[in-house]
Design a protein around this ligand. Structure first.
Ligand SMILES: C[S@@+](CC[C@H](N)C(=O)[O-])C[C@H]1O[C@@H](n2cnc3c(N)ncnc32)[C@H](O)[C@@H]1O
Length: 229
């Protein structure tokens, strides 16, 4: 496994505290996704949350009527997820190394009507991102939707990073709150770069969300991408 994947794997073993669905997720639903899905709820469409963490978004989509599944590299987070959702067979710990043939729930080339990947795909290098996107694409039904977010260069992590390789930058940041080292991110500079990286999908919408709670840290800028297989 490449050093950058190992660094990110180690970092995430401690988990990611996310007790509630974030506002950009339910706004994506309200502003975009519901127009594709709300009249089909009774059919219990299958959705996958890639990098589901503790399951906040999964729980939201489950309540909307989706048959929701999740994968992540953090066993700690998935244990919380399983308790929260009250079942274990819909969740899997996955290999951090992407493989275009990944098919974690045996959907054989077309099970998911919706795939979400919130705040996770930027933990892949350029080549690995294409491999991971292809694996998700291969598991989706024709016409299915992918919703993803990517960290932008406006995010305050960027100014604490230095080039690594293959699109990745290594972030080092230590303050009273954070101790980040051996942590790697693929930042997106502009909309053209975002569209190019996701070009195997047909673009529906691109956008962004941002917040800042400490002026000594800065912007939490992320791009949003919604596309169709
Ligand atoms: C910032 S957290 C976001 C979690 C969740 N999607 C959310 O929005 O609450 C990043 C998540 O990505 C997962 N992750 C990082 N690298 C991964 C990889 N190579 N494959 C799968 N999951 C990964 C981490 O374990 C962590 O749960």
């Amino acid at each position: 496994m490449d050093e950058y994947l190992k660094g990110n794997f180690d970092y995430w073993q401690k988990g990611y505290y996310a007790p509630n669905v974030e506002s950009y997720v339910f706004r994506m639903w309200g502003q975009v996704l519901q127009y594709d899905f709300s009249d089909k709820q009774s059919s219990k469409l299958k959705m996958l949350d890639f990098g589901c963490g503790q399951g906040a978004a999964l729980s939201f989509f489950n309540q909307l009527g989706f048959d929701a599944y999740g994968v992540d590299i953090s066993e700690y987070d998935l244990d919380i997820c399983k308790k929260r959702m009250g079942c274990s067979e819909h969740f899997k710990v996955v290999n951090p190394v992407p493989n275009k043939d990944d098919d974690w729930f045996d959907v054989r080339g077309g099970g998911w009507s919706l795939v979400t990947a919130f705040q996770v795909l930027y933990y892949y290098s350029d080549d690995d991102l294409q491999e991971r996107l292809l694996s998700l694409y291969n598991q989706m039904k024709p016409g299915a939707i992918l919703c993803a977010t990517m960290m932008g260069t406006k995010n305050y992590f960027y100014k604490h990073s230095r080039p690594y390789k293959n699109g990745m930058r290594c972030v080092t940041l230590k303050n009273e709150r954070l101790s980040i080292d051996n942590y790697y991110v693929n930042f997106i500079e502009n909309e053209d770069e975002l569209i190019k990286k996701f070009s195997m999908f047909k673009k529906m919408h691109i956008g962004y969300y941002d917040s800042c709670f400490r002026e000594d840290e800065g912007s939490h800028f992320h791009w949003t991408y919604i596309g169709r297989k």
